[in-house]
Design a protein around this ligand. Sequence first.
Ligand code: ADP
Length: 167
Amino acid sequence: MRLALYPGTFDPITNGHLDVVERAAQLFDQVIVAVTTNSSKSPLFTVDERLEMIREATAGLANVGVEAFGGLLVNYAQQRGACAVVRGLRAVSDFEYEFQMAVVNRKVSAGSLATVFLMANERYTFLNSTIVKEVAQFGGDVHCFVPENVHRRMVAKYEAAKHLTSQ
Ligand code: ADP
């Protein structure tokens, strides 16, 4: 069985991420969307909230699972028996960092872990979680950038924050 991991922060999952998950699910027997717990960014959503949103958004994909992981990706991949890591490429700007990570992961895993780069539909080239949060934070409509369940939670999150600051 060919198992691939799709690691990231997913704070929150966007339609660009989902597009990559769907493509990966067609290429591999099983895909695990792996939410990292050791991100240095200070996240909007807790790991549990992110896991739940991804679970809801990928419920229709039978061979996709969702898990959290900490520590070295290579160790987690070995533990799960994964043969590949999937990453999404948007633009040339992603390339340098992704190239570096892929080479390091290959070296650290002694050649056993391949990285597969997938291009999402070009309509998502501009999309990342940070920009979606920036727009939503100031009341902009982000419903076409994220799955419906994520949209609802973002609106609720920023509404709650607004109430807290106006008190
Ligand atoms: P980001 O804040 O960039 O969305 P993540 O760590 O959640 O960061 O991203 C996980 C992976 O998904 C990375 O490989 C990233 O390049 C990829 N990715 C994120 N958004 C898109 C998109 N719109 N199209 C293609 N790949 C994407």
